[in-house]
Write a protein that binds this ligand. Structure first.
Ligand SMILES: CC(C)(COP(=O)(O)OP(=O)(O)OC[C@H]1O[C@@H](n2cnc3c(N)ncnc32)[C@H](O)[C@@H]1OP(=O)(O)O)[C@@H](O)C(=O)NCCC(=O)NCCS
Length: 186
């Protein structure tokens, strides 16, 4: 694994669609086992998702970022764009997944930062993320400064599940604070 650990974050390419779809389906299955119905999880189709991801990448590759290792294998990805829900938060992070073996190394944070930068670059200065209440990933968003701003029940795989929204009301301020944190104490 030496040398393979160096992770780069870059915009997605159409050729990444298959790897993104596999990671997408794998993460759903591991994250939501016991939360969503087994039938629904088993029925998820990487092939169908690949088509969707390829279309999304072709529409706007800059809205989808991948974390690749030294061999250009996709180890994480995230997507963002104009919000589908809250008016107070015009930007939204739609998905953010890091492969289980690659979690807890700062990749999620780097992906989220890249998506926040993308949102501000397109004039969307506040962001929201929806996450299922039973998903422990929500503590990641709390750790990264998100504040719970909304909740609602949503249909997923034929079941109603509770979803929570985390918000960042001022992305430029958040990113600036993060940059000064990166520089360390002076
Ligand atoms: C949530 C997820 C994206 C985080 O990515 P990651 O690369 O493991 O996270 P990072 O290593 O960048 O963690 C950044 C910080 O958050 C903390 N953190 C990460 N996951 C956490 C969790 N589940 N609970 C609490 N803290 C968490 C880390 O400890 C780290 O803290 P630090 O600043 O003290 O070092 C990743 O675990 C994942 O893909 N999970 C499953 C998929 C999922 O449910 N995604 C969200 C649905 S939209």
């Amino acid at each position: 694994m030496a040398g393979m650990d160096a992770i780069t974050i870059r915009p997605a390419r159409p050729a990444d669609a298959g790897a993104i779809a596999r990671l997408d389906v794998d993460t759903w299955r591991t994250t939501y086992a016991g939360v969503l119905s087994t039938d629904y999880l088993v029925g998820l189709s990487p092939r169908r998702r690949e088509i969707g991801w390829r279309m999304a990448i072709q529409r706007d590759p800059l809205d989808i970022r991948v974390a690749v290792d030294g061999a250009d294998a996709v180890r994480g990805f995230g997507s963002c764009g104009p919000s589908r829900s809250e008016r107070r938060f015009p930007g939204e992070v739609f998905t953010l997944y890091v492969a289980p073996d690659w979690q807890d190394r700062g990749i999620g944070r780097r992906l989220l930062t890249a998506l926040f930068r993308r949102l501000t670059a397109t004039g969307l200065d506040a962001a929201i993320v929806w996450v299922l209440r039973d998903n422990p990933a929500r503590f990641f968003y709390e750790r990264l400064g998100g504040r719970m701003v909304s909740h609602r029940r949503i249909p997923v795989g034929g079941r109603m599940v509770e979803a929570l929204a985390y918000g960042w009301p001022d992305l430029p301020a958040y990113l600036a604070a993060m940059r000064s944190e990166d520089r360390g104490p002076s």
